[in-house]
Design a protein around this ligand. Structure first.
Ligand SMILES: [Zn+2]
Length: 448
């Protein structure tokens, strides 16, 4: 074994140990290991089964669910926790799980892979399965636009990988064109689908292969649906695993995969369904029996807490975690609010746009279908946070009734207003970066 490989592993483990003692987890150990041995990733001995998950949304949830299924079925899984999906983080978690000789001890390596960094990570090793869930407009100041991200992910795709692709996202599905053995997952035609496109912009307007106009038989949401190019013949591929239905009855929700695997869930939002389906498909492709995968997923509550129920004074409410700089995630939350028949109000919080880096770009607010929210029967719209003025302008142009709209610079003021003036159910839509600002004020309840 080369001395620099050994040194890199040793240094990484020591720094990681010290960081743990100090109660800190970070990607710093990996950074030092890479300085000592830049190709350390190709020197590690990985288990035969390795999976990577990328996409604009739902990476963390999907990875957590795959890990849960594999562990429930007796496999030892090493995976990177949220926030360490760039190369230094990947090196840190893999070395933490390896022997001094560089052999990863777990049965499975599972990677949450950043869209832009996969190409750097996969230069050194190729996961057996590469799951690509979706491509949306997301963090434009970092990521540009979805087609750019598609080209960057393309640089991380190698012939010896098996791709597991969302059949309903044309940008994602185009990675499978001409590739034998690609696995697809997708949703069947669902009652919530629409014949026409909904949303402010349409990233499915043109074929990702030949740039000719595309036609859709139906849309699940935004550019996700059953598409077909009018020129080159690129079209939605038949799915190996399908979301066949969703059910909500007597307060109980479930989804059905492949017409026979019913999985109880606490929420049937289509977004969430795709993550479950991606996890199911990845686990089954990895060799887990479908009935076992479904059983493991049943009742699994996401640790990352995308939904939190709360009380604020006499009000009941629900926080729908979305992502700032990602209009599709906001659109899905708006659907939940618009489809709820209860008397309800909604608070939108934009205070810190990102928790990871500084940006004051609020252009993404113009991509969100706030028009749909304004057209629904919400009692009051409460705009909160440092960017409440940007929100107020956006809502005015979206046609919001000025008598129904209020705005506050701080979340505390907005919460006080709600507690004293509302008597309806309160939805809150915001991002990870701002969620604690409301959760620290309200009283959380068990999900119901
Ligand atoms: Zn085409």
């Amino acid at each position: 074994m080369k001395i620099r490989v050994f040194t890199a592993i040793l240094v990484c483990k020591i720094i990681r140990g010290l960081a743990k003692l100090a109660g800190r987890g970070s990607s710093l150990p990996g950074k030092y290991a890479l300085k000592i041995c830049p190709d350390i990733l190709s020197q590690l001995k990985l288990p035969e089964l390795s999976l990577a998950v990328t996409g604009s949304n739902g990476k963390t949830s999907t990875v957590e669910m795959i890990a849960h299924i594999l562990r429930s079925n007796g496999l030892k899984v090493a995976y990177n926790k949220e926030g360490s999906n760039q190369i230094e983080g990947v090196v840190t978690f893999l070395i933490s799980d390896s022997t001094m000789g560089g052999k990863v001890k777990s049965d499975v390596v599972l990677l949450e892979a950043d869209e832009r960094y996969s190409r750097h990570i996969f230069k050194y090793f190729h996961p057996k399965y590469f799951v690509i869930n979706n491509l949306y407009r997301d963090q434009m100041t970092r990521n540009g636009h979805p087609e750019f991200i598609k080209s960057v992910i393309g640089q991380a795709v190698y012939d010896d990988m098996t791709l597991i692709l969302n059949a309903d996202d044309p940008l994602v599905a185009s990675f499978g064109k001409g590739r034998e053995g690609t696995i697809y997952f997708g949703a069947d035609n669902l009652p919530s689908d629409t014949k026409t496109h909904e949303g402010i912009y349409d990233d499915g307007k043109y074929c990702p292969v030949c740039k000719s106009p595309m036609e859709y038989e139906y849309y699940h949401y935004n550019h996700i649906g059953k598409f077909k190019c009018t020129s080159c013949g690129f079209e939605r591929h038949a799915a190996d695993h399908s979301l066949t239905s969703t059910q909500e009855k007597d307060g109980k929700a479930s989804i059905t995969i492949d017409g026979k695997y019913e999985i109880p869930v606490f929420f049937t939002g289509i977004y969430h369904c795709y993550n479950i389906l991606a996890a199911f498909t990845a686990a089954v492709t990895s060799g887990i029996a479908p009935e076992k995968a479904a059983e493991s997923l049943g009742g699994y509550i996401l640790k990352s807490g995308r939904i939190s129920d709360f009380t604020l004074g006499k009000l009941d409410g629900r926080l729908l975690l979305s992502k700032h700089e990602n209009s599709v995630s906001y659109d899905r939350s708006i659907d939940v609010v618009a489809n709820d028949k209860r008397k309800k109000s909604v608070m939108i919080i934009v205070d810190a746009i990102s928790r990871k880096y500084y940006t004051s770009d609020s252009s993404w607010l113009w991509d969100i279908n706030f028009e749909k929210l304004c057209g629904s029967d919400v009692e009051k719209i409460i705009l909160a946070g440092q960017y409440c003025d940007d929100l107020a302008v956006r809502f005015e142009l979206a046609g919001a009734d000025p008598d129904k709209t209020v705005y506050f610079t701080t979340v505390q003021e907005a919460a006080d207003y709600c507690a004293h003036n509302l008597d309806s159910f309160l939805y809150v839509i915001t991002c990870f970066s701002d969620k604690e600002k409301i959760l620290s004020i309200v009283t959380r309840r068990e999900l119901s």
